[in-house]
Design a protein around this ligand. Structure first.
Ligand code: SF4
Length: 403
């Protein structure tokens, strides 16, 4: 391995030896190692593939996040991605206000069902899903996509370990046996991600998990142990929210500079540098972003120490703006029903995703109690937040721009 090419473990080893965990890595900002000139490297023809867990199937390391409306006649982005090897569509019943499936269906017919991998998810967590509703929702997914099976069916946005009890695992087996889906798993955004992953590793029956993971969580010991447990259980691991989005003006503080990568590419590379992660999903809503991400995936050049150090500095400098969804830390300290992690996620959509209307729609869908901030004391929750988010002020901003 070139000394300039470091993986996650190698990087952690070096920085830990230097006496710094991630929480204190801002101190390393001035201790960058000099990078060696990489030799000439030819990009791969297509996005490389990895086996997803123990499924025996390979998937591209970059997945097409489909939370938008596509051109049903001929969608240039989907076709361009497909040509480059991004032949995995990640969608959900609720994406694009229910329009994602319907507008993906023509593309699937154009390229052929057996040429693309389709993952879908159902339902939204607050619909109080049960076995019967999951089975009904899967039929709806198939109907909207106009296919007879999915490659992977996810229980969407799980936040309760009861969904890994026997009834649900048996449902997964039943759906696979009935050939409604080839594989079964779940996605989890926030709350008890670690608990869910640990239970999945223990109970079996879960083929793959999609979870929030980025360079900002490299030093999270509990999460790392959960990832190791899932890996040992041969569960496929797909990273989402890899960009650890914060407002642009915050990111500019570190003035990221790399001879090989844009900041967005470096963030993806940091996730791919973790050998335990099988793939990363990206919501790609422009041809430019698709090309940028594909170029990063095809590039054989790995992140250098200087790149990693800049990412760590970014994580340290902007932690107060990046809500990681770990509501198990803050939520118990609030007496009211205010949904902290959800509100801050919608604020992220507003500030970072250029989706102000969707952010407002989601925010306004919450009940008045779930949006309540007046008279609510967030001091203890703020003290409990490992990211140092100023919860009261961020929620106030969310209310100002989204209500
Ligand atoms: S506010 Fe802090 S503790 Fe709460 S979910 Fe966000 S990052 Fe986690």
């Amino acid at each position: 391995m070139d000394s300039n090419d470091v993986g996650r473990r190698e990087f952690l080893k070096k920085t830990m030896l230097a006496g710094a965990g991630l929480g204190a890595m801002s101190g390393l900002a001035g201790a960058q190692e000099s990078d060696k000139e990489p030799g000439p490297a030819k990009p791969l023809d297509r996005v490389p593939r990895k086996e997803l867990g123990d499924t025996g199937k390979t998937i591209p390391i970059l997945l097409f996040g489909c939370s938008q409306v596509f051109d049903p006649t001929y969608d240039k982005m989907l076709h361009r991605g497909f040509k480059d090897g991004v032949d995995y569509l990640d969608t959900a019943l609720v994406y694009a206000s229910g329009q994602s499936h319907k507008t993906l269906a023509p593309f699937v017919k154009q390229v052929g069902r057996d040429k693309v991998w389709i993952t879908s998810k159902a339902p939204h967590r607050r619909r109080r899903a049960d076995v019967a509703s999951f089975e009904r929702d899967l039929e709806t997914c198939l109907g909207q996509l106009e296919v007879d099976h999915l490659d992977l069916f996810f229980m969407h946005m799980l936040d309760d370990t009861k969904y890994l009890d026997k009834d649900y695992l048996q449902m997964g087996e039943r759906l696979k046996k009935a050939k409604k889906t080839n594989f079964f798993g779940f996605s989890c955004h926030d709350g008890n991600v670690v608990e869910l992953m640990n239970k999945a590793a223990r109970v079996g029956g879960i083929d793959a998990i999609m979870f929030r993971y980025s360079f900002g969580q490299y030093g999270d010991k509990e999460l790392n142990r959960a990832i190791d447990a899932c890996k040992k259980a041969k569960i496929g691991l797909i990273a989402m929210k890899t960009q650890r989005s914060v407002p642009a003006e915050q990111e500019e503080v570190i003035k990221f500079k790399s001879k090989d990568f844009t900041l967005g590419q470096a963030k993806l590379k940091a996730v791919w540098a973790d050998e335990r992660i099988d793939s990363a999903v990206s919501h790609m809503d422009s041809l430019e972003l698709l090309k940028e991400n594909v170029a990063a995936a095809r590039s054989p050049i790995k992140l250098g120490m200087a790149d990693f150090h800049q990412l760590n500095r970014l994580a340290a400098c902007t932690s107060g703006f990046a809500c990681m969804g770990c509501s198990q830390y803050c939520q118990p300290h609030v007496v009211a029903d205010t949904r902290i992690a959800d509100s801050l996620r919608y604020l992220m959509y507003y500030e970072c995703y250029d989706e102000p209307e969707e952010a407002k729609r989601l925010y306004r869908k919450m009940s008045p109690g779930e949006r309540e901030i007046d008279g609510v004391d967030f001091a203890a929750a703020t003290r409990a937040c490992p990211e140092g988010v100023d919860i009261a002020n961020r929620l106030k901003l969310a209310q100002e721009v989204l209500a």
